[in-house]
Design a protein around this ligand. Structure first.
Ligand code: AFP
Length: 331
């Protein structure tokens, strides 16, 4: 699963243009080059991860298009007891089919399924096919999260060989890492079809943290997390919380800061699932120069014993996360 080569770009944060640079491998572009996802993957990803990523990209367009039409609640609930919407099940089934069809998935485990779907490839995929679906009505951003594991699931984040998240917001973007930096592509219309164009390479958390967002109810947080949260305004950070992990983390990556779904007094293992949410995002965050913790150790070292195991999560700028880790351990 070694990457073939990694382009020497620096971070690009402007919208993409369609202009093609002649020497993309050496020049520091004044404008981002027009580079399609297929080409980037061909040059920078092992074949299996490239195929899985491209399958996710194509399906994410269908998910995005379908969100307005599949918002109704179903009668069932997922293995964690969350109410399921038609869009949750639709996204789940679409991604399972797309991933297994590549021939590269060994199994696909999902927050929406009791058991993984077995397949014939070598990469175990864990996914939250539609993160934040309770926010559909309020038109907040939604997301999808994928972890690519080299071992059978459940496994710790140390077995991740790549991770990816999709944002369904003002833009449909894919942000991913295969262990050599974090890169981002945006979906653009090309006639009737969509194509994914380069939006940024080697994304890094800014040095100066600006924003924070904590999930759950303040009165339920453990004291040390609540005290840390209360100190952030006074240090010039702004509270920005949308209630979708992907959306909340995405702005931490752009502006620096911290996102947490902390340990709760009556739910010390928090809410977010290790395999499907915490570890894949921790992997991307670490590649972007940040740090993620369960409150006592690196999130990537948490070894879940079951598919749906949850963990408290503190993720974002390394200094802030280490600080909250310290407060929690001395509490
Ligand atoms: P849904 O997928 O049920 O909307 O839950 C979203 C989520 O798992 C995660 O994306 C958020 O960070 C977290 O829940 C928000 O939970 P609170 O509503 O308790 O803050």
């Amino acid at each position: 699963m070694e990457a073939k080569c990694v382009l020497g770009y620096i971070t690009v944060s402007h919208p993409p243009t369609r202009r093609r640079l002649n020497t993309p491998k050496r020049a520091v572009p004044a404008e981002p080059p027009s580079l399609k996802l297929e080409e980037f993957l061909r040059l920078n990803a092992p074949d299996d991860l490239a195929a899985l990523t491209y399958a996710i990209a194509k399906s994410s367009v269908d998910v995005w298009d379908s969100i307005p039409f599949k918002t109704g609640l179903l009668t069932g609930s997922n293995p964690s007891g969350d109410a399921q919407k038609a869009i949750d099940v639709f996204s789940n089934d679409l991604f399972v089919e797309a991933l297994t069809s590549t021939g590269h998935a060994a199994e696909v485990a999902s927050e929406e399924m009791e058991e993984p779907v077995a397949s014939k490839g070598g990469v175990s995929v864990a996914m939250d096919p539609l993160d934040g679906s309770s926010n559909v009505e309020t038109n907040n951003p939604l997301g999808s999260i994928f972890g690519f594991y080299s071992r059978r699931l459940p496994a710790s984040g140390r077995s991740l060989v790549g991770a990816l998240y999709v944002t369904y917001g003002t833009m449909l973007t894919l942000t991913f890492s295969f262990g050599k930096g974090v890169h981002r592509f945006v979906a653009l219309r090309e006639g009737a079809a969509m194509s994914f164009q380069l939006l940024g390479v080697n994304l890094k958390l800014p040095d100066r943290p600006e924003v924070y967002g904590f999930g759950g109810s303040r009165k339920e947080w453990v004291d040390a997390a609540a005290r840390f949260w209360a100190s952030l305004d006074g240090r010039g950070l702004r509270n920005r919380y949308c209630g979708t992990f992907v959306g909340d983390y995405n702005q931490v990556l752009a502006r620096g800061g911290i996102f947490s779904y902390p340990a709760l007094v009556n739910k010390p293992r928090g809410k977010l699932r290790v395999l499907f949410e915490c570890a894949p995002m921790a992997y991307i965050n670490e590649q972007a120069g940040g740090y993620a913790s369960d409150g006592t150790k690196n999130m990537l070292d948490v070894a879940p014993s079951g598919l749906a195991e949850t963990s408290p999560l503190y993720i974002g700028s390394a200094g802030l996360v280490r600080e909250v880790e310290q407060s929690l351990s001395s509490a």
